[in-house]
Design a protein around this ligand. Structure first.
Ligand code: CA
Ligand code: CA
Length: 432
């Protein structure tokens, strides 16, 4: 396997997009004749966790863990420090076999800002997208397979990343941007929260200006609307269909948080729900039920039903067993993954898995400060020549470049028989 990856690593960005068309036609013809029984299918279901605790005094460096969710032995399932990060990791975005982790370091290294790219199959860093120093990248959102948005709260911007070239190609600025943090994309629009906080050094506390949600047209990369919301708007997600949900945190004192429901067609607020407390993280399942971490006074999970706009579990009836969670995400079967951090350096951080019946079904022991969790499915396939999790034209181009060559370790030799020929093209083309 190492040899295989070693040779894959020789892949450079010398892609020639002028694929000889006769090869393509030939491959398509063969595809009609040959069944798709070649595919190796060894699916790995993974949880990717970011451990955000980073403290030199304690000799603890922020890192990323991978949990093999198919491994029944919960200890063996955890690969606790796949990579070290060494700054403040702020999000995880999974795209194919790749995990993107934005991070910055406001304490020691102002040039640290970047997005690290980790290949989840190889379990190693395969690239870094540099972000302008001091911008502090926060959250990532995939616009399409070649374009990503990154909110940068310290520079009050949204950066546009070209995934193929691994670089920022455009910076979106707008008068409404103020500590741009949360982002979610629905119906060709990106919704960005502006918590508009400011540190008041004299008073020794944060002050909050008017929070807003900025709506960006993802075609033109321009702000088309700004929606005023209650103070300290941070988290934002959508129900996959028609509604964007904003979570405002309040001022951690006398002003409580709210849920704000926005109709994603009209971009008007349809409901504002007073949480009567300071909420933590939140996640939404396929039934459009919101699970929200309660405050220290009301610990545990609250559940709000978005379609009926009613509480299933309010602050007086929480799922207390799942209190203290940071990042949360659902899998397609309705299991909720909750990263539960230990910030003391004691190493008692966990990843909890709650079943759809609201019971604890698994507890993984992890490292330090488990802060974010995302799920990934890795399907190793020889046909995925550039090993990004997708079999597409990029892979076909690589095979075409090696066409006619023979020898060991050729990237384009999909079936590994020592020659790059029409069979290799067919293997890739069958996925189209
Ligand atoms: Ca590929
Ligand atoms: Ca071959």
């Amino acid at each position: 396997m190492n040899n295989y990856f070693f040779f894959r690593r020789r892949l450079s960005l010398r892609l020639n997009h002028k694929l000889p068309s006769f090869l393509l036609v030939g491959a398509m013809l063969f595809t009609l004749l040959i069944s798709s029984g070649f595919a190796q299918t060894e699916v790995q279901n993974l949880a990717v966790v970011v451990n955000a605790l980073d403290k030199d005094d304690w000799n603890i460096t922020s890192s990323m863990s991978i949990v093999d969710l198919d491994e029944p032995n919960l200890k063996r399932a955890v690969d606790s420090e796949v990579i070290t990060i060494g700054g403040v990791p702020s999000d995880i975005l999974i795209h194919g076999h790749l995990a993107y982790i934005p991070n910055f370091d406001w304490l020691s290294d102002y040039t640290h800002d970047s997005i690290i790219i980790v290949n989840l199959e190889k379990r190693e860093i395969i690239g870094v997208i540099p972000i302008q120093a001091g911008a502090y990248p926060q959250q990532l959102a995939l616009v399409n397979s070649n374009k990503m948005y990154v909110t940068c709260d310290n520079s009050h911007q949204v950066h546009v990343v070209n995934i193929g070239s691994r670089s920022v190609t455009k910076i979106i600025s707008d008068a409404s941007f103020n500590k741009t943090s949360g982002i979610t994309i629905l119906n060709g629009k990106a919704y960005v929260t502006n918590p508009a906080w400011e540190w008041d050094a004299v008073a020794g506390k944060s002050i909050y200006h008017q929070s807003t949600v900025a709506v960006i047209d993802t075609q033109t990369d321009s702000v088309i609307k700004t929606i005023a919301v209650p103070i300290n708007a941070g988290g934002i997600l959508n129900d996959g269909e028609s509604t964007v949900i904003v979570k405002t945190t309040g001022n951690y004192s006398n002003i409580p948080g709210n849920l704000v429901l926005i109709d994603a067609t009209t971009d008007e607020i349809t409901n504002t729900v007073n949480l009567k407390m300071t909420p933590g993280s939140f996640a939404i399942n396929a039934q459009k039920q919101l699970f929200i971490q309660g405050s220290w006074q009301f610990p545990g999970l609250l559940i709000y039903d978005v379609p009926t706009q009613e509480w299933i579990r309010d602050r007086d009836n929480t799922l207390a067993e799942f209190a203290g969670g940071s990042g949360m995400t659902f899998d397609p079967d309705g299991n909720l993954y909750i990263a539960k951090p230990d910030w003391t350096g004691g190493g008692l951080s966990t990843l909890l898995v709650m079943g759809p019946d609201e019971t604890l079904i698994k507890t993984y022991q992890l490292g330090h400060g488990t802060d974010k969790v995302a799920l990934a499915q890795v399907v190793p396939r020889n046909e995925d020549v550039n090993d990004d999790g997708f079999v597409d034209i990029k892979d076909l181009v690589i095979v075409a470049q090696d066409f006619g060559k023979s020898g060991e370790g050729l990237l384009g030799d999909v079936n590994g028989d020592g020659v790059v020929d029409i069979l290799d093209l067919v293997l890739v083309a069958q996925y189209f």
